[in-house]
Design a protein around this ligand. Structure first.
Ligand code: PHE
Ligand code: ZN
Length: 849
């Protein structure tokens, strides 16, 4: 096969594997450079298969020996692995391979992280461990022996025996190879326990490197809360005697749901008040829940093939967002999720990387762990729930667990349980899984003697992935607010199925204002013909907290865009409307903090492009600055009170109540810093006893050009804490003035602690840079060149992280011809690298278009 002839794989080509596995026994003799893996796999022919070829995947393996039923065989090697003649009936495949964990910098398969061994097998990493049918529909029971001079030797399931230097594990639940895990090293356990609702005692452990013991308590509590919640809300009980979580420093993603042995990026599990922000705590709680929830949605019921990735990810993201809503504030969580969806999923869905929630083809599956599969995938579940109602949702999910436990399933299986429960025909709804693109929804009104008619139109822009989009099923949550601010029609969910459709509300006295798409009931771009005065009225009175926030956000965006395009001053009605909300002590501080947020610069760029304008990053940056200054001035006599009143003086707790107060106080501090030049920020910095206060103060000091001393102090204080140093690196880039952001990045990449092979550190600098909108898009093109240089350097070492960061370029066609030319030059320069990975090549080819 030619180096660059990367194959495209199609959903339509699925065929079952030719064999069924009866058992798998693995033995690992660990060595940092030459680890031996012995496998004994019992196969028998799959009666349902049409293709009897015996194929085992393998990558970067040195085959030492291979036997079938005890007799040596000589397999034929292929691009994917190997093939071999096999007997007609059952047979035993035995192989011995050598692998090099130290040389494995891609962090897929078995690799080393700071002296410990760990594995990452999703999606196709197991083939780097031994020859195996590395596909999720091949499920098997594993027994694993680990030999090595390490105090901790872990794998999936329950331990059968543990000696010094040798351990045996047995996982009774059949699983696909992507859920396999092994961890070995000099680790310490933070123990815990949980008793399930049927009385099973489960031992829990959080394994960390010595020195990190003090950062375990919060994660352990989050795990117990998740276990309880899944029993109470979904009726799901844990199914092994043991549940282990391991923290590793080198990890491409957030965390991984390996059966009974979750592996976490240390940034997604380790937490302490002194080293972690409120946002870190909330994220950690959510990720622990997410991985734990996979035990049922992903592990007990897995995916037939990787095209069905959203079957486990969309559902599990939906479940973890329900969990966070229950643990904390539901409206605040919803608003945060929508901000995130618009920041990450909308640009993907509206650009060259657009793909359906269930893609129809791919070259490298690693490139499809996307905001579309995860976050839009979760939105689709949310829509399904609001269409069928809570009870039917719960019945359908119960049926899903009953019917499909132990199976590898498809989206068709998932939708069928809803059809069987509700007798609904979900044929049209299924388009949410097959069509790319964000639907545009517009609404106009007719008012006639007590009758309000809402006229909706929907239209999805065509894309390469979906050239001819059809109308979607849209659940549109609507309520009506009258002129006095009272709700005259509580939320109803309108079900739109046509391209154009009208809905009538009758018997109304005076003309109300329609609060449309409450709770963001569908992932669409809504255009509603409302006056600014009506929006201000909803901002003051809407009973739906999401839409109340949304109206403030829309007014802010309109004000900013009028400033960008026409040099207008900030909209006074908006400024006043927000002032009333943030000063209202009856409202949740976290919610009020969100009200003080502005649309991000890249969101403004997207909005401008949507309206046919070419965004200028410098002008956008200036408009956000001017608007923030205007807020600071206009709220000058409220801000100090807000700041004082919400500064928490009790001992730090990472709960919703305290973190909401800190969020509001810190939002106030940002405004205060614009008028006091950093005095309050310096005070907060000096007094801070937790990372939320310390980091926010530092950010404000950098913003007013007074950060250099604090940055030095911070570095001296935290130089031995990897996760805190990631913040130190990242913050300097995030807060850098766009004019010198690229120089800041260049300086930081020369810092002795810039260990670029560590994904967290790489992202803390280069990822933060791509998110500094005006800095990255500097008119000189220096930003583009700098990122491209680093992607070229990282690609041979870690293709997966490189490919993910290529999405920094996905919006390139929004910008002016000059910037487009410079970006194109960089894309082509990367694409011309002789040994570019399949991951990066696929991403750049799609982005280049
Ligand atoms: N399956 C993991 C999750 O969603 C994500 C992941 C994918 C981690 C691939 C590592 C590699 O939680
Ligand atoms: Zn997941």
């Amino acid at each position: 096969m030619r180096e660059d002839a990367h194959q495209t794989i199609y959903l339509a080509d699925y065929t079952p594997y030719g064999f069924i596995i009866d058992s798998v026994a693995l033995q690992f003799d660990l060595d940092p450079h030459i680890t031996r893996v012995k496998s004994a796999i019992a196969f028998h022919p799959n009666p349902e298969a049409t293709d009897p070829t015996f194929l085992l995947n393998g990558e970067n393996l040195k085959l030492i020996s291979a036997k079938i039923d005890g007799k040596p065989v000589t397999p034929k090697f292929t691009a994917e692995g190997l093939t071999c003649d096999v007997p007609d009936g059952p047979f035993l495949w035995e192989a011995e391979v050598e692998i090099d964990p130290t040389g494995n910098t891609a962090l897929e398969g078995l690799y080393m992280s700071n002296g410990m061994y760990c594995t990452q097998c999703e999606a196709e990493g197991f083939r780097k461990i031994t020859y195996y049918p590395d596909r999720p529909d091949v499920m098997a029971v594993f027994t694993v022996t680990i030999n090595g001079p390490h105090p901790v030797l872990l794998s999936n399931g329950n331990p059968i025996s543990t000696d010094t230097h040798s351990a045996q594990w047995h996982d009774p639940w059949p699983k696909p190879a992507y859920l396999f895990a092994l961890v070995a090293g000099d680790l310490v356990a933070h123990p815990g326990s949980f008793t399930t609702k049927s009385g099973r005692d489960v031992a829990l452990n959080l394994y960390v490197r010595p020195g990190d013991e003090g950062k375990c308590a919060f994660g352990m509590q989050a795990l117990k809360d998740s276990m309880k919640w899944d029993e109470e809300v979904y009726g799901r009980e844990y199914d092994l005697d043991l549940f282990n979580i391991v923290a590793v420093d080198d990890f491409n993603m957030g965390a991984m749901e390996n059966k009974g042995l979750n592996v976490f990026n240390s940034s997604a599990v380790l937490a302490s008040p002194a080293t972690s922000t409120d946002m870190n705590f909330e994220r950690i709680e959510a990720i622990i829940a997410h991985e734990y929830f996979h035990n049922w949605t992903g592990n007990r019921i897995t995916c037939r093939d990787w095209f069905q990735l959203c079957l486990k990810e969309g559902l599990t993201v939906f479940r973890d967002s329900q969990f966070t809503s229950d643990m904390r504030s539901a409206p605040v969580k919803r608003i945060g999720d929508v901000i995130d969806l618009r920041a990450r999923q909308f640009p993907e869905d509206q650009g060259p990387l657009a793909h359906p929630v269930r893609p129809a083809s791919f070259q490298e599956i690693n490139n499809f762990y996307t905001a579309t599969v995860y976050e839009k995938g979760a939105e689709v579940i949310g829509m399904l729930k609001s269409l069928v109602g809570d009870q039917a949702y719960s019945d359908a999910v119960d049926l899903y667990f009953d019917r499909h436990d132990g199976q590898a399933c498809t989206i068709e299986d998932w939708l069928k349980v809803f059809e069987d429960t509700t007798s609904r025909d979900l044929t049209q709804f299924k388009r949410w899984y097959s069509q790319a693109g964000t639907p545009c929804l517009s609404v106009t009104e007719d008012w006639d003697h007590g009758k309000l008619t809402l006229n909706f139109k929907q239209h999805t822009p065509p894309s390469a992935a979906t050239p001819d989009p059809q109308p979607q099923v849209l659940p549109i949550a609507v309520g009506l607010i009258d002129q006095d601010g009272d709700e005259v029609e509580p939320t109803v969910v309108l079900e739109m199925t046509q391209a154009e459709q009208s809905f009538v509300f009758d018997n109304l006295g005076t003309r109300p204002i329609a609060s449309v798409l409450r709770g963001f009931s569908a992932p669409v771009v809504l255009t509603q013909d409302l006056s600014d005065a009506d929006r201000a009225h909803l901002l003051a009175h809407d009973t739906d907290p999401f839409n109340r926030w949304e109206q403030g956000r829309i007014l802010a965006r309109k004000s900013l865009i009028a400033m960008i395009l026409e040099g207008k001053n900030p909209n006074k009605d908006w400024l006043q409307g927000i002032r009333a909300v943030i000063g209202d002590e009856h409202l949740d501080p976290a919610y009020r903090a969100l009200m003080l947020g502005l649309p991000s610069q890249s969101e403004l760029a997207r909005a401008l492009a949507e309206d046919g304008h070419t965004p200028d990053p410098d002008i956008i940056y200036a408009a956000v600055e001017t608007t923030s200054d205007a807020m600071a001035k206009s709220y000058a006599n409220l801000v100090p009170t807000l700041y004082m009143r919400h500064t928490v003086t009790e001992a730090y707790q990472p709960n919703a109540a305290q973190s909401g107060k800190r969020a509001l106080a810190n939002a106030a501090l940002s405004l205060l810093t614009r008028t006091d030049g950093g005095t309050a920020a310096q005070k907060q910095y000096d007094a801070a006893d937790n990372m939320t206060q310390q980091l926010n103060a530092l950010a404000n000091l950098i913003r007013v050009g007074k950060g250099s001393t604090a940055l030095q102090v911070f570095e001296a204080q935290w130089r031995n804490d990897r996760l805190v140093m990631d913040k130190w690196f990242g913050l300097q880039v995030t807060e850098a003035d766009p004019e010198d952001a690229h120089e800041v990045v260049e300086t930081l990449t020369k810092h002795a602690d810039f260990n670029w092979k560590n994904p967290n550190r790489f992202r803390s600098v280069l990822g933060a840079f791509a998110a500094n909108h005006a800095g990255f898009h500097h008119a000189s093109g220096a930003g583009y060149r700098l990122l491209a240089d680093w992607l070229i350097k990282l690609d041979p070492v870690n293709p997966q992280t490189t490919a993910r960061m290529c999405s920094a370029f996905q919006t390139w066609k929004r910008y002016d011809a000059n910037r487009q030319d410079m970006i194109k030059t960089e894309l082509d320069r990367i694409l011309a690298q002789p040994k570019l990975s399949r991951d990066t090549k696929e991403m750049l080819t799609r982005i280049r278009g």
